[in-house]
Structures are given as C-alpha cells and as structure tokens.
Design a protein around this ligand. Structure first.
Ligand code: AMP
Length: 407
C-alpha cells in the first residue's frame, strides 16, 4: 500500500484517533451477539498501547441518523473491549464538545477512550454540511488511523474528512492494510488462473463488480439468484426464479463481452426448484438448458453444477468468491454453497472471500479459517473490486509524506 501505515507512526506519548468498526449486532438486552468486529481491530489497538500511545476510538453503531438512541450507545463495546484488554476503557458521554475534549486532553499513555456513537450527530453522515463536526473529532489528537475498511466506501466525516485534518499523519491500521494488500494483489497481479465466483440475490447490486472482474479474470462462474437473469438472457425458461427485467440488457452485454474476450462464463447446468420455500420444501431438479417449469422457483445450483463448478476451479491459483450459490439459510438449498466452500478449502490457491452473506455462510459451515483471506467488507469490498480503491483509503497520507519530513 502506498499509504502511510500505523507501523510508521511514532505514537509513543501521543494521542491516536482511530476509526474502528464496532458496528456489532446487539440483542434486546444489549448483549453483543458477535464480537468479530471488535476482535478484528484488537491488533492495531494493542499495538498503539504497547508503543506507549493513548487511544481515542470512534465508531458508528446502527443507523440513528443524527438522533441519540440509548439502545445504540457504544457502552456495550466499551465493556467488551475492556474485558478483552484487561484494562479500563473510558466511555465518553458524547463524540464532541468541551467535556469530551477535556477527556482527550487528559489521556495518559496506555489509556483508552471510546467516543459515543458517531451517527448520533448529523455531521457524521453529512460532512459537507457540518465541517465543525470533523474539526471537533480531530481536536486533541496527534495522529489519525483508519481501521474500518468495511466503512471506507462511505463519504462520512470520520472516514474521509477527519484524515484530511492530519496532513502527513493519517495512516491505515493493520486490518485495513491486510484487506488492501490481498484485494490489490488479486486485482492487479494475481497468480493465474484467476477465477471469480459470483452469487447472491441480485445482479443489480453487483453489476459494477462483474464488469470490473471481466477485465481481470480467466473465468467467471455465476450462481445464486442472479444466474437466472443470465439464463433468461440466453433465452431459457426460468419459471418463478428471481429475475431483474431492468438488467436483462446488461446481462446480455456481459455475456457478449465475455464471449468476445474468450473468457469462459459458467452458468448453472441444473437448478433445485420448489413451489414453496420452506425447510421441508419438495424439490425438483431442472436442467437449465430445458428450462424451469412455470410454477417453480430455482433456489440453489443442482448436483451437475456443483460438480461442474468444483471441477473447473481445481487448477485455480487465485479465487475470489462473493455471494452464496443458493438460499443457503434454508437447509435444502445450502448444498451448492457448502460444496463450493469445501472445494475452495481443498485448493492450493489464494482464496479470497468477500461479502456479508458469503462470510455468514462460511461461518455457519465453520470454514472461514480455511480461506486465505476473508474480507470484513460487504459494500466496501465490492467497491474496492470495482474501483481498485476507496474514498477512505484515498484520504490517508502517502508514505512519502512521513519519509520526506524525516529527511
Ligand atoms: P447478496 O447480499 O447479494 O450476496 O445476496 C445474498 C442472498 O442471496 C442470501 O440471502 C441468499 O438467500 C440469496 N439467494 C441466493 N440464491 C438465491 C436464489 N436462487 N433465489 C433467491 N435468493 C437467493
């Protein structure tokens, strides 16, 4: 990464303002259901403290849209972090204001202050309207660190505006660096053959990603709900399967582009269909060439496709996977996703998985640790694949800015 790294900041005795992603799922008792996001930021947090720096952490939680909701307070995260670090985490009463500025000023090396939910203020999501919000976040801090890759596609104060107030002193955290390193390598200089497997519900949300990947991959494998719009584009009957009529033209364009570039674009050979989606659904297997019956909906790739896809990727050196192959939340339609994940586990290749649902599926199958890299970003990963960077990464200082100052 050509951006400044946390490792290059002389943080001893300084206040480090770090944007983390503590947007954790909470249950009705405000208990954290899954602490993965807090755990993901721990290496950067511990590093600053071990180096003798003090930390000011900031994050959003949920979507309060400028209103204070007590059930969206970051207090449960302060408790969880305190237990993980075995030290006190000071919970700020707000994100800005005199009292918070005072707390920041009095921070001692090794201490941690967590600011309240950034989105309690309108200024976070509307940075152009309220520049004073960014300035107040930046006050009494010496360095800025972005350790929230999953939020870095947002044009929000803590992501794109605050780092600009730290010229030559805004760096990427360890997790952000890892995300950028893996994704950039796959997109710019992958070990080949490089295959992308795209699934999930809708073609509309992944159009940009598919277009970008067609420029880079050696083959594209498409499953999930979006496959039916492509099958329709090839003139096949798809019954009641998910179909986005507005994107038929783009699906045709992608099929043509792949064929012109001689890039194999693999679509399902067969599909598991049912009339009613349920845990005990009556399943019919349809050959996609012959078409799906009018009153059936395709909800997973079928056994022939599983074999076809899994055999095809055996010689891969890099695989990027985004989106489940079927409605994996229902046991009868989880097989495609499950077999594909198991097949990826067995490859001697760099395997990169991105997108919330593919990760949830991997976690459910207990296979996340078998992948080379599981990206923490949903929308951020998709945008990174499309554009090769993100606004939050662009806002960081260049490496040279520190080196040239030290000369
Ligand atoms: P995405 O967020 O776009 O990756 O989509 C994930 C969702 O796609 C999951 O909730 C799956 O249940 C859904 N999905 C996968 N395959 C299908 C399908 N054949 N029909 C409808 N939804 C699907």
């Amino acid at each position: 990464m050509d951006k400044l790294s946390l490792r290059e900041l002389p943080v001893a005795g300084k206040n480090v303002l770090m944007r983390v992603d503590f947007n954790v799922p909470l249950d009705n008792d405000l208990t954290i259901q899954d602490p993965t996001r807090i755990l993901a930021a721990l290496p950067s947090i511990k590093y600053v403290l071990e180096q003798g720096g003090a930390l000011i952490l900031m994050s959003h939680l949920g979507r309060p849209r400028g209103v204070v909701y007590t059930d969206l307070s970051l207090k449960p995260c302060a408790h969880a972090l305190s237990a993980l670090l075995s030290k006190k985490v000071i919970m700020a009463p707000d994100t800005c204001g005199e009292e918070v500025e005072d707390l920041k000023e009095k921070l001692k090396p090794g201490e941690v202050l967590l600011l309240e939910n950034l989105r309690f203020h309108r200024g976070e999501e509307n940075p152009d309207e309220t520049l004073s919000f960014s300035k107040s976040l930046a006050k009494n801090a010496d360095f800025y660190v972005n350790e929230a890759f999953a939020c870095s596609h947002r044009h929000h104060a803590s992501i794109t505006e605050v780092p600009k107030l730290f010229p030559g002193k805004a760096a990427g955290g360890f997790l952000l660096e890892k995300e950028v390193t893996f994704l950039s390598k796959a997109l710019t200089n992958p070990d080949r053959p490089f295959y992308a497997i795209i699934g999930g519900a809708k073609i509309s949300t992944k159009m940009g990603e598919i277009h970008a990947l067609l420029e880079k991959v050696d083959a594209l494998l498409i499953g999930g709900g979006m496959a039916y719009t492509f099958l329709k584009a090839r003139g096949k009957a798809i019954g009641k399967s998910l179909y986005e009529a507005d994107f038929l033209g783009q699906a045709i364009e992608i099929l043509e582009k792949a064929s012109q570039r001689k890039i194999p674009l693999l679509l399902p050979l067969d599909t598991l269909g049912t009339k009613v989606l349920s845990e005990d659904a009556k399943i019919e297997i349809f050959d996609t060439e012959k078409g799906i019956a009018d009153d059936y909906q395709g909800l997973d790739i079928g056994p022939k496709t599983i074999k076809y896809f899994c055999e095809f990727i055996q010689n891969a050196k890099t695989v990027l996977w985004n989106g489940p192959m079927g409605v994996y939340e229902f046991t009868p339609f989880a097989n495609g996703t499950k077999h594909l994940a198991e097949s990826l586990k067995g490859l001697k290749a760099t395997t990169i998985v991105g997108g919330g649902d593919s990760i949830a599926a991997l976690n459910e199958l207990d296979l996340a640790s078998s992948m080379t890299h599981v990206s923490t970003g949903g929308g951020a990963t998709l945008e990174f694949i499309e554009y090769g960077t993100l606004p939050g990464i662009e806002a960081l200082s260049l490496k040279e800015s520190v080196n040239s100052k030290q000369k």
